[in-house]
Design a protein around this ligand. Structure first.
Ligand code: ZN
Length: 93
């Protein structure tokens, strides 16, 4: 259940560079291997989280489903390397 507006979705996706906040998969439609983007509430609305940008992150459907109603996503992978925004669009992975 999401009441995030289309314009807000675009804003969050751009801010997060069209990558999933959790697993860094591409969410950009034209990118190879990209998946459908969703917007996740960091603090779930059921726990009092709001619809402001500070509480919203771009997430792939899989991570959004896995996270569900919890406050933290249990990745089990430890910290992932966060790439600089300048690396977006490159092919040097
Ligand atoms: Zn993900």
């Amino acid at each position: 259940m999401s009441i995030v507006s289309i314009s807000m979705r675009q804003r969050i996706l751009r801010r997060d560079h069209y990558r999933c906040y959790y697993c860094r998969v591409w969410l950009y439609p034209s990118q190879q291997g990209a998946v459908a983007p969703t917007i996740d509430h960091v603090v779930p609305r059921s726990r009092g989280g709001g619809n402001d940008p500070d509480n919203l992150v771009a997430a792939c459907f899989s991570c959004n489903q896995k996270k569900g109603d919890s406050l933290l996503l249990a990745c089990g992978e430890g910290d992932y390397p966060v790439k600089s925004p300048q690396g977006v669009g490159g092919s040097g992975d």
